[in-house]
Design a protein around this ligand. Structure first.
Ligand SMILES: [Zn+2]
Length: 306
């Protein structure tokens, strides 16, 4: 074999593959880049590997998935080796497309768009990836438990939780139904669904406001339990449609209207006290500054007269 003084693009590419097998991602990335600079082009399979290595530390950034897709579309390869794993370009492209869409939807503030979009993505994870595990998580997290199906269950649950969140202001009963569906998806995915069940219980709970006597449904949304001093003669165990206080506690139930009126008024009072205190501090500060200035001038007068 002839001794080569300089490595060509192929040598560099082989070196980078070895580094990748050893899990030395950043070094591998540099050498892949050198191999492209030397002999390759943007259509190089090395460009896909570079985009994948960059994705490794940015798994929640949609644009990083977009760059992997661009590199795949520029290449004619149908599969490639990444470390010890052979990756199908078509499978990776589909996974990146769906994950990118999922992250964009999870980041959107429009809850209706998020809820509806997540169901579409969920169904595509189910039908297009199914029981196969996600490539990116297996490569970088060594996690082969996340599959198209687990993504389906998770995203469906998240979608119904978003719908519940969207509805609870107007219709706590409907919101509780959405939470029930979400709990079903979570349980099918091996999760407890306890948080959903707790919200169902809260949304279905009804009270009679201690202050105004109105009936309100949906704890934490339309009424709250607030600490209060309820003396025994006041605690008549008021029953009826809803209770005015949780049993055996020193709390009372207050509807949102009464609660917000009380807390807004108390905010106003606190703000006034705060402003008064700040004004007093400023006055004291100015007085002390004046006294310091007077003392300083007395000191310099004394120095001069020595
Ligand atoms: Zn009330």
């Amino acid at each position: 074999m002839a001794f080569k003084l300089f490595k060509d693009g192929n040598d560099l590419y082989e070196d980078a593959k070895e580094l990748l097998k050893r899990g030395e991602y950043e070094k591998a990335r540099n050498v892949f880049q050198k191999s492209i600079d030397k002999d390759g082009g943007v259509d190089d399979v090395a460009a896909i590997k570079i985009a994948l290595i960059d994705l490794r530390t940015r798994l929640t950034d949609p644009s990083a998935y977009g760059r992997v897709r661009t590199a795949i579309s520029n290449s004619t390869a149908t599969e490639f080796e990444f470390g010890l794993v052979t990756v199908s370009c078509a499978d990776l492209d589909r996974e990146c497309e769906l994950t990118k869409r999922k992250l964009e939807l999870l980041g959107t503030s429009d809850k209706r768009t998020r809820a509806e979009g997540l169901q579409e993505v969920a169904v595509r994870f189910q039908s297009e990836i199914g029981d196969r595990n996600l490539i990116v998580l297996e490569l970088f997290r060594n996690d082969s438990t996340v599959t198209g199906m687990t993504e389906f269950f998770n995203l469906m649950a998240t979608s119904y939780e978003t719908l519940s969140d969207l509805t609870v202001w107007d219709d706590p009963q409907k919101a509780a139904e959405y939470e029930q569906i979400a709990a079903g998806y979570r349980q099918q995915n091996g999760q407890s669904g306890d948080a959903n069940l707790e919200r169902i219980r809260s949304y279905a709970r009804t009270c009679k406001c201690w202050i105004c006597g109105r009936i309100a449904t949906g704890e934490g949304i339309h009424f709250f339990s607030a600490p209060s001093e309820v003396s025994p003669c006041l605690d008549d165990g008021t029953g009826g449609v809803g209770k005015s206080k949780p049993e055996g506690t020193t709390h009372i139930y207050i509807c949102r209207a009464c609660y917000s009126a009380v807390s807004n008024r108390s905010d106003e009072i606190s703000r006034k006290y705060y402003n008064d205190s700040i004004a007093e501090i400023r006055r004291t500060e100015a007085r002390l500054q004046a006294e310091i200035a007077a003392l300083q001038s007395q000191i310099s007068m004394l120095r001069m007269s020595r």
